[in-house]
Ligand binder design. Sequence first.
Ligand code: UDP
Length: 379
Amino acid sequence: MKYDYLIVGAGLFGAVFAQQAKSDGKSVLVIDKRNHIAGNVYTEDVEGIKVHKYGAHIFHTNDKEVWDYVTSFATFNRFTNSPVANYKGELYSLPFNMYTFNKMWGVVNPEEAEKKIEEQRKEAGITEPKNLEEQAISLVGKDIYEKLIKGYTEKQWGRPCTELPSFIIKRLPVRLTFDNNYFNALYQGIPVGGYTKLVSNILGETEVRLGVDYLENKEELDALADTVVYTGAIDAYFGYSLGNLEYRSVRFENELLDKPNFQGNAAVNYTDSETPWTRIIEHKWFEFGKDEKGNDLPKTVISREYSSEWKPGDEPYYPVNDEKNSNLYQQYKVLAEEENSKLSVEGKKIIFGGRLGEYKYYDMDQVIASALICYKEQG
Ligand code: UDP
């Protein structure tokens, strides 16, 4: 055996696991089928702008250990996510806060806003929310649900809100204060120099081979290490033998525009159901020092995001953690356990980790925390 660990996937989970193993004196090989590191947090330089190639990533966490960990590999700027919602040309502040309630209903203080929400909650008669629609209405009322949630969510997930789990909407805070900060997190920011640099710093001197497809060369690669850390899709690992888990995929239409400022904000969500894209990202606003008047950077890069159902050959982005898929994932987990019983006879092991390996709608900080824990449990 050449290495202690073969790590499949150079995204956050793989990089953090590799870093922990290396600093513990273990030998590690990281492979990735793409021709770059950093998985879906990869950022690419276009005209001096760090473009988030696989969708916008804003780092936020309440976990001090994770924050200390990432900030030991990169400096973070003080970016605060505050997306704007565009509903048929009406602009609203996100997340749902006093600015949103004032624009929606003309209410000017928390008491009035609370009263309005309560009124709409009562009208809907929901006591125990059973799905995303009921959860949303009981959180913010029918008007906000219809203008700012329904269209966006159904485009994003390709399913009616009545068939989606309520936890998805609980990701968004609801506040009776004038605070447009999208995340309830103690720590937030974007790594200066981009995420690719962050992941590269985490990987350090670790040996990385790019353009290597694990599943296509499994036998040969498995011979390189006793323990494989696999961060690809768990159903793909098992050849989709129990059927495929559902994912949402995203298509990005990128444009380099000859103007300094397209929308004045990093993210604008299009929350109606007619606009085909879910949101437009203007990448330069994730960074600082890009003059608002365009004196520093006369150009800008925007990405329109189109959400679609994943099909073989597409990039999987979001696991669809509804009941059907969660049950199927549990069955794949059983296969994973059986696989490990078989491998243990030869003293071998496979670990499934990350958003795709665990079929979980993880945020970046959760992925890092789980990789740190996973390595500790190894030791
Ligand atoms: N959401 C919404 N309207 C918005 C933004 C988000 O209804 O303008 C809902 C939608 O269901 C989405 C969920 O909130 O799937 C979580 O949004 P988040 O921004 O956390 O998603 P991500 O950034 O991971 O795509």
